[in-house]
Write a protein that binds this ligand. Structure first.
Ligand code: FES
Ligand code: FES
Length: 192
């Protein structure tokens, strides 16, 4: 549905957006970018305004798993596609490996570039389990940081990748088994 003014020109449109697994039915001004809709209409302010020219990467979100600059995307273009913002990283109260590693390594200083950096890095780690440093550098080439000098960011992503790989290879239940006394344990307790 479009909303028009007296002279017949359309000023707003009705949209369905799927963001972080939730469906939203919205009426938004035609001239708004996805970045503006996320921040102003959905109040997901984790995604940052930077240059708004496609040059800094701070507005990066994932669309169907691919990093895209939300300052250059019109919401209508991504209707019914899966949009992920930095707010989706922590799950069930647990921070993502990238969030933990960024904090540990000082990879987030003023923090302005961090949401975009982490969303770009997430897309990479979802595609390549253990990317090389060169692959990380190439993948993050569009994300600018004015504080860190990048080294801490590269290190944090490498460590996050390593931890994810270890977690994936640890069979579910290993932790439980380690604490499970098993049949022998039951017998010992019963015999005491
Ligand atoms: S704000 Fe989108 S690239 Fe800078
Ligand atoms: S941490 Fe400040 S711009 Fe990257």
């Amino acid at each position: 549905m479009n909303i028009s003014v007296d002279n017949g020109s359309t000023i707003a449109e009705r949209l369905r957006l799927r963001v972080n697994g939730e469906k939203h039915d919205l009426i938004v001004a035609l001239n708004k970018t996805l970045l503006e809709v996320l921040r102003e209409d959905l109040l997901l302010t984790g995604t940052k305004h930077g240059c708004e020219l496609g040059e800094c990467g701070t507005c990066t979100v994932l669309i169907d798993g691919e990093p895209m600059l939300s300052c250059l995307v019109l919401p209508i273009e991504v209707q019914d596609r899966e949009i992920e913002t930095v707010e989706s990283l922590a799950q069930g109260g647990h921070p993502h490996e990238l969030q933990i590693a960024f904090a540990e390594f000082g990879a987030s200083q003023c923090g302005y570039c961090t949401p975009g950096m982490m969303m770009s890095a997430k897309a990479l780690l979802d595609e390549i389990e253990r990317p090389s440093r060169d692959q990380i550098k190439e993948h993050l080439a569009g994300n600018l940081c004015r504080c860190t000098g990048y080294l801490q960011i590269l290190e944090a992503i490498e460590v996050a990748a390593e931890r994810r790989e270890v977690a994936r290879r640890t069979p579910i239940g290993d932790d439980l088994e380690a604490n499970d006394p098993g049949e022998d344990g039951v017998e010992e307790v019963a015999a005491e």
